[in-house]
Design a protein around this ligand. Structure first.
Ligand SMILES: Cc1cc2nc3c(=O)[nH]c(=O)nc-3n(C[C@H](O)[C@H](O)[C@H](O)COP(=O)(O)OP(=O)(O)OC[C@H]3O[C@@H](n4cnc5c(N)ncnc54)[C@H](O)[C@@H]3O)c2cc1C
Length: 503
């Protein structure tokens, strides 16, 4: 038992980060925690953030959320993959599909068997994604919830959501018990620090109200009102690795089919996302302002919509990077206040979730032992840096040289460790997950291959299998996957049957 337990938590910000924190923290720590969430209608939220990764389903499990109810509330659709178009070269396309690809044999990962088959059969060999149930469902715009493929050891679909960011925030807010989470509408105009130890003591709101607390969570978005404004955490600028610094976003009419995947299509000075929701598509063009103006970027976005624009395009500015410290004294930054690495792999909402779960496991008392914050900062930095490396891979491993932007990307100096990772794969077909990093071997494998990094060798054990057995092993997997996918309805049909939103 703690001698000085935290009793009052103050959250600044009512975006996805703020409400997710309120919902998860109140559930995890229990009723002894009084939470005050301060948000300003005048400032508003960033209003984007519509593609997620499968880990978001753990939030549902923890909060007891029914998936279909959630999907109705957020007008959501299901996401099996991200499709990357024109990244390696114009006309090229590949998927980063969630879930497993193939099956290992003994201790040897699947890709080694596939690499051997590819070498032996050349162009006739089915591609890697023939062994992914998610990828095959994407190809037919189908969706199904499936744990296992038949009675085989192969895992079924692993999926995430496309959701309306504004509606998701409101939904999480409704999940909070108003007896435990008090919402205060108001603008924070000053942050008072304690003279003896520099801890945050209280927030001053416009209009005079003062909000006191033991622990403060900064979910104030890019401005980082507490962590930077008051506590001067410092920011590591990563634009030399991730050069895009703006995005222009616009919703558009959704046209059929309802794709069960996000599209990320490279453009002359950045890339464009397309996210299908039930009532509209979310679209945005992430770009680098050194190579293209806001007006040109907006024109590119509008020229590539597949339905009519439903609002005026909105430009957002950001600096890719991370705070030097995410937790200082009695303040923890979550969401955009902690850093931002652009939405290419839809990682930001996940990082809010993982930050909260880290905070819950390291939950301090009122003294906020620096040993806890040091560990939190170490783990968060590790997560940030490994995701950063994964994103850099998409830009750096391109063969495009058709614009100044892509020529610049080809010259990006690789962060430490990434060059070795690429080289190991190129020489041996080996790919390893580092520690607890977010992306698995299968994720790295798909993006490396998709970006044109082709291994020159594979594990010797893959050569031990007689040719007929290899063919049978691979052929059976493809058949099982195709049979399973054939039982799935079209994605739009699945949504209409299980979770169609009203209105
Ligand atoms: C272009 C772009 C695309 C993105 N796409 C994705 C995606 O596909 N997937 C994904 O996972 N993530 C994505 N993200 C990230 C995602 O949008 C954010 O992680 C998520 O919305 C959380 O934002 P937030 O709550 O930290 O900040 P915000 O939404 O900006 O909320 C900040 C809150 O702080 C309040 N506030 C600020 N200052 C004050 C003050 N002085 N007083 C009181 N209140 C204050 C505001 O009113 C607001 O409520 C994207 C981000 C951008 C920029």
């Amino acid at each position: 038992m703690q001698a000085n337990p935290i009793q009052r938590v103050v959250i600044v910000g009512g975006g996805t980060a703020g409400w997710m924190t309120a919902a998860l923290l109140s559930r995890a720590i229990g009723p002894r925690l009084a939470i005050t969430l301060v948000e300003s209608d005048e400032i508003g939220t960033v209003g984007v953030g519509e593609a997620t990764i499968p880990q978001i389903r753990h939030v549902n499990a923890f909060l007891g959320i029914d998936e279909d109810e959630l999907m109705r509330a957020v007008k959501g659709t299901f996401k099996l993959a991200i499709q990357f178009n024109d990244w390696r070269r114009i006309g090229d396309s590949y998927l980063h599909a969630f879930g497993d690809i193939g099956l290992p044999l003994g201790l040897v990962p699947f890709q080694h068997y596939w690499l051997r088959d590819r070498q032996e059969r050349g162009e006739a060999a089915p591609d890697l994604w023939s062994y992914s149930i998610n990828a095959q469902a994407c190809a037919q715009h189908r969706f199904g919830r499936l744990d296992r493929i038949g009675s085989s050891p192969m895992t079924g679909t692993r999926y995430a959501y496309h959701l309306d960011a504004g509606l998701y925030g409101q939904y999480l807010r409704q999940r909070c018990d108003p007896r435990q989470v008090r919402r205060v509408e108001g603008k924070v105009v000053d942050v008072k620090l304690r003279e003896d130890n520099g801890f945050i003591e209280s927030l001053q709101l416009q209009g005079g109200e003062r909000v006191e607390g033991d622990l403060f969570i900064d979910c104030s978005g890019f401005r980082g009102l507490l962590i930077e404004g008051a506590l001067k955490a410092g920011y590591d600028d990563w634009t030399h690795w991730l050069p895009c610094d703006r995005a222009v976003a616009v919703p558009s009419e959704r046209v059929a089919p309802m794709r069960p995947y996000t599209q990320a299509s490279a453009r002359a000075a950045g890339w464009q996302w397309r996210i299908p929701l039930q009532h509209r598509n979310g679209n945005g063009h992430v770009f680098c302002s050194r190579f293209i103006s806001d007006d040109e970027a907006t024109a590119t976005l509008l020229a590539h919509l597949d339905g009519e624009a439903l609002a005026e395009p909105r430009v957002l500015r950001f600096t890719t990077g991370a705070r030097r410290r995410f937790w200082i004294r009695n303040c923890v930054a979550l969401g955009l206040a902690s850093g931002f690495m652009e939405p290419l792999e839809s990682t930001s909402i996940h990082m809010i979730q993982s930050g909260i779960s880290r905070l819950i496991s390291l939950f301090p008392d009122r003294h906020c032992d620096p040993a806890l914050s040091d560990e939190y900062n170490r783990q968060t930095r590790f997560e940030y840096e490994r995701i950063r490396d994964f994103l850099v891979l998409h830009y750096r491993a391109t063969e495009r040289d058709d614009t100044a932007f892509w020529r610049h990307c080809r010259s990006i100096a690789l962060p430490e460790g990434l060059a070795e990772r690429i080289e190991l794969f190129r020489r041996s077909g080996q790919v390893f997950r580092h520690g607890e990093e977010l992306f698995t071997e299968v994720g790295w494998l798909q993006v490396m291959l998709g970006q044109g990094i082709v291994p020159q060798a594979w594990h010797p054990a893959a050569d031990g299998l007689p040719a007929a057995e290899l063919e049978g092993f691979l052929g059976n997997m493809r058949t099982l996957i195709q049979r399973a996918v054939a039982t799935f309805p079209e994605h739009g049909q699945f949504v209409a049957t299980h979770c169609r939103a009203m209105g």
